[in-house]
Design a protein around this ligand. Sequence first.
Ligand SMILES: Nc1nc2c(ncn2[C@@H]2O[C@H](COP(=O)(O)OP(=O)(O)OP(=O)(O)O)[C@@H](O)[C@H]2O)c(=O)[nH]1
Ligand SMILES: [Mg+2]
Length: 498
Amino acid sequence: MPSSALTPAIKEEIARLGSADIMVGIPSFRNAATIGHVVRAAQAGLVQYFPDLRPILVNADAGSPDGTQRVVVETEPPGYIEQILLVHPTNRLDRVSLTYPEVDGIGGKGAALRTLFEMAAELKVEALVVVDSDLRSIVPEWIELLAGPILKGGYDFVAPLYARHKYDGTITNTVTYPVTRALYGHRIRQPIGGDFGVSGDLIRYYLEQPNWTADVSRFGIDIWMTTTALTGGFAVCQTRLGAKIHDPKDPGSDLGPMFRQVVGTLMTMARDNAARWLTISGSHDVPAYGFERFVDPIPLEVNTLRLLAQFHSGSLTLADTWQRLITPDNCQRVLALAAEAGVLAEAAARRLGLSRESGEGTAGGRTPTTDEMSDAVAAFHFPDDLWVRVFYDLLVSASFGDVPTERLVAALVPIYFGRVGSLVVEARRLSEEQAEEHVERQAREFERLKPYLAERWREATAAAGQATTVDEATAPDEATAADGAASFDGAATGDAAR
Ligand SMILES: Nc1nc2c(ncn2[C@@H]2O[C@H](COP(=O)(O)OP(=O)(O)OP(=O)(O)O)[C@@H](O)[C@H]2O)c(=O)[nH]1
Ligand SMILES: [Mg+2]
């Protein structure tokens, strides 16, 4: 991790605060409309559940112009804290809002968390709870649910468990959950949930890590935290938080950059930890804290046609790149699927009376629903095994190929859209529970095909002239990574890699 970049103002604040036992950290960027609720819930949670500890609440903001920081400083805990619990807030609660410094010139959620880690370490907190600033469904109990396993149970890392709508959390469902599970063997259902509990020991370990990249300073931070906790051998558990209601995002329009940062980080960390994951097969449950709840998550609409159309248009510009990254058989299957997606999306758009295959426009004055769009492309199916093989091909190419990881992950985005489109189509008649079974089915497929990844990895390692035994397998450095051992342009490696 780069050396401390705390500003003099933040250092002064730390000196003023001295020390704390438990800290709630909230990263934010333009969240004036929602952060007040999060701050109120956190303040109440700290007082209600940890009355004997010295608490602190810190908001690390990006310098939002919308008054986010003012809301944090001015938000008072709910009235019952003083009226019923007889706790005078000004004696008990330090709340701070600061503008976090960039890390190596990069700002973002991760840079905000880096400031929170440094502050937590300086203040010698035993538990840091991080929660997102756009949460609607947070209640005071979340603070206990995220800090309790650390302070009472001796755990170091607490990942969230949420009831999410079947179309929500697509990066989690298609990549981070199944891949983290297959690689490292821990079934952490929400590895990038955004709401975490971290022990003082793990915070210190985080601050010692040398692999803090630009993506980690952005949305790569969540998968970095989870993966680092696992590879560092820390005690990990999950906690049941109920519904995650926050500012919603359509996977086809909002999540491209986030996907690149999250998946880029996951791939870079997989490269660096090969010696660890090559020996792991199967997976095990991760214990969960908190009482089970039954909640109906808020429905989310997805533009299925746009997902399919983006898969198709991506294939037109990226076919060459895909051929360099994906084994020939798999690549052919992907290209055929993309062509099919294009035809289906266009025909569906026509049938629904939309102006363009992208799904923009309205049919009879209204936008068609997810179900209507999905019904119109019901024939589309992106097979589980193909998604897994393509992902594993890319993981090998990211570590041994000649395409920079950033470009590689960008090239994966349209294929990911195709896969998500297919899952949405498949889930259109399913309950949340049934859709969850699909996510599990896919996760099992990632485990089942792990030998495919391991074999391809060993071949690429051998082709790159590196150690082939697991014990000796080490992360390729930048120079060897650029050797192109896994590129399918190269006749020497094309066959070996299949
Ligand atoms: N400080 C800071 N915080 C950010 C920045 N970008 C996002 N955040 C915060 O990070 C948290 C998560 O961001 P969201 O945009 O809600 O993303 P998300 O909810 O993880 O994404 P999905 O669950 O996939 O929808 C929120 O608290 C944001 O305010 C940033 O550039 N700087
Ligand atoms: Mg959010």
